[in-house]
Design a protein around this ligand. Sequence first.
Ligand code: NAX
Ligand code: K
Length: 494
Amino acid sequence: MYVATSKQMKAYDEALLKAGYSIEELVDKASNAILPHCKDYNNIVIVCGPGNNGADGLSLGIKLHLRARNVKLYCFGNPDKLSRANNYYIDQAQEMEVPITFMDEEDIPLFIRDARKADVVVDAMFGFGLNSGVRGIAKRLVNEINGLYDINIIAIDIPTGLDPNTGIPYGEVVCANKTVTLTAIKQAFLNEECHMYTGEIAIELLDVKDLRHELGLAKLVSPSWVKHHLKSRSYYGHKGVYGKVLHITGCDYYRGASLLASRAAVYSGSGIVCVCSSEKVIDALSTAIPECTSLLRGNSLDLNVYENRDAILIGSGLGLNEQSERYVIDTIKNTKCPLVIDGDGLTIVSNHLDLLKICSMPVILTPHYGEFKRLCSCNDELEMVEKVHRFALEYGVIVVLKGPNTIITDGKEIYRNITANKAMATAGMGDVLAGMISSFVGQGYLPKDAAILGTYLHGSCGDVIGDNSYTVIPSKLINLIPKVMHEIVKEKKG
Ligand SMILES: NC(=O)C1=CN([C@@H]2O[C@H](COP(=O)(O)OP(=O)(O)OC[C@H]3O[C@@H](n4cnc5c(N)ncnc54)[C@H](O)[C@@H]3O)[C@@H](O)[C@H]2O)[C@@H](O)CC1
Ligand SMILES: [K+]
């Protein structure tokens, strides 16, 4: 299942036009895809806006009329500003004698009368092209539709009035029973709070060339993907086969980050977790996580530290100073195993981006939006979502862009995570994720798979707590990792 922002959908339409389809043809294919959702109704009112969402409604209305349904089309919008496809299908509807009313405010009672007698009202007012709150007649129509009693409402593509990217209402929003969305899930729908407006969401593909992968749309990580990839522990397994992980994390001022990351790695199943840190962190480690081994960090890192490791995590709570900068640069240059860079490590890397290109080992970066801003010199969050895969491709890294529905990409494939929740916005949560990913890399998962697994499982543990808790405390989340992993592996066997 793919997900797209409004800008990506616009680019998708443009790419299809470039590929030789006409806009009239695309609208025709869109209405073909929506038709099965409406053909069991007899009395159908379709409210059509001025753009291509409206054109979808018009084309749908014609097809239902030709199938002997009682269709009433209600259109609004400045006649000089209708889209080309909208004009085309208005002409077609008139030619086929489909009842059509071009509304102004005075016609609203007429619309209400027909809508009250309808079996279904179809919202084809605005789709992904809407960029602010509806006004004037559209606003009134939204309110009238929402005031209808016991009548099915189907929204085409997205309920009118919803921001297609955030899922937050611009203002008035149509409350639909069902949303038939085209080509890909709109990013808005990832925000569960908007499901009170969308109702059930059905995705329909247009019978056209499939460009979803080519145009950088993201795939949702499915539970079945996780079940398929998460490995069972072997009967003959021992700590030596579950990975030797090195964490170059923490400093005297930030001890918690290091402790959380290393405990998360231990609980995620790592064989050996060695924490290379400052004296105070190591002191705390021996009582907080006795399962870890430790290495005192000197002014520089001896080349031996890189020997015999399966994964390295660097950066969480490392601090920002010249010494940390040296650790990060040296590690990128000398690592002999995959590297996860988190927290302060990312801030340091943002000043040495070219090092990423020369690193011979796979690198996973785990920035939140603020950290990614520094890495890619971009300020707009939506733009980051759309461009993160290009950054990953340019620097040959895997990026885990943390935020609502975290993005994981190696530049070629783009995934969005479906687990996690707002109660998880607490300090230390990112350190836990970095620790988990480093553990999975160390256990031998492909770096991209380790990033996906870590993100999904981290969110799943957070969801178990977040279902009935205002906040999710990172250390509580860590306690759940073994159980959540066990449940998935058990299901896999069952
Ligand atoms: N690949 C696909 O998925 C396809 C999608 N199609 C449909 O095309 C729709 C997008 O069509 P459009 O790009 O024409 O956009 P819409 O039909 O969503 O909106 C029409 C126009 O309204 C204007 N507008 C924006 N905000 C407004 C506001 N607050 N008040 C008044 N006017 C406002 C914009 O200029 C916008 O282009 C999709 O939602 C979908 O229904 C199909 O028709 C073609 C193929
Ligand atoms: K709509």
